[in-house]
Design a binder for this molecule. Structure first.
Ligand code: AR6
Length: 174
C-alpha cells in the first residue's frame, strides 16, 4: 500500500494535487521564496483573490483557488519567524500544519502537498521544523481517513534529507 506521508524532491508549483500549501506571510499579498513562485505560476487572479481575504494570522490558514496551477486549491499559511524558540514558534508551526489539513478536509481535498514552512527566510531550524511537521501530519491523518496522501515537497537535498530522517524516526517509534 502507498504510504500516506511521502517526501519528494521538487517544485511545488508543478504538482497536480487537490491542494498545495503556500508558506505565506500575514499580508497574504505575496513575497519571495515559495510564495513568489506560487503567485508567478498561478497568475494575477491569485493575488486578486488574496486581496479579498484581508490577511491571515500566524499559525492559521486560508484557502483560494489554484488558477493557472495544476493544483485545484492553494492553502495559504503564515509560518512563525524563528526568534530562538521562546515565542511559541514550535506550537505556531504545528498549528500551521493542522490548520491547513483542517481546511483541506473541509474542502474535500484528498491529496495535499506542503513546502517546508518557515525554514527559508523565516529561519526556523530545519531539524526541529521537520520533526514538528511529520509528527503533526501523522497525528492528523490518524483521525482523518478522508485525506489519502500528504507529501512534503522539498526544494533542495538538505531539506529532503531532514524530512526523510524525521519520517524514519517517526516510523521507528523514536
Ligand atoms: N517548491 C517547493 N519549495 C520551495 C520552492 C518551490 N517552488 N521555492 C522555495 N522553496 P521560504 P518561509 C522552499 O523562504 O521560511 C516569503 O517571502 C525553500 O527552499 O519560501 O516560510 C513569504 O512571503 C524552503 O525550503 O518560506 C514570507 O514573507 C521553503 O520553501 C516568507 O518568505 C520555505 O522557504 C516566508 O518564509
Amino acid at each position: 500500500m502507498e504510504k500516506r506521508i511521502q517526501i519528494i524532491r521538487g517544485d511545488i508549483t508543478r504538482q497536480a494535487v487537490d491542494a498545495i500549501v503556500n508558506a505565506a506571510n500575514c499580508s497574504l499579498l505575496g513575497g519571495g521564496g515559495v510564495d513568489g513562485a506560487i503567485h508567478r505560476a498561478a497568475g494575477p487572479e491569485l493575488l486578486a483573490e488574496c486581496r479579498t481575504l484581508h490577511g491571515c494570522e500566524t499559525g492559521k490558514a486560508k484557502i483560494t483557488g489554484g488558477y493557472r496551477l495544476p493544483a485545484k486549491y492553494v492553502i495559504h499559511t503564515p509560518g512563525p519567524v524563528w526568534h530562538g524558540g521562546g515565542r511559541g514558534e514550535e506550537e505556531l508551526l504545528a498549528s500551521c500544519y493542522c490548520s491547513c489539513l483542517e481546511l483541506a478536509s473541509e474542502n474535500g481535498c484528498r491529496t495535499v502537498d506542503f513546502p517546508s514552512i518557515s525554514t527559508g527566510v523565516y529561519h526556523f531550524p530545519l531539524d526541529k521544523a521537520s520533526r514538528i511537521a511529520i509528527k503533526t501530519i501523522s497525528a492528523y491523518l490518524a483521525g482523518h481517513p478522508e485525506i489519502e496522501r500528504v507529501r512534503m515537497v522539498c526544494f533542495d537535498a538538505g531539506t529532503e534529507s531532514a524530512y526523510l530522517t524525521a519520517l524514519a524516526e517517526l516510523e521507528a517509534g523514536l
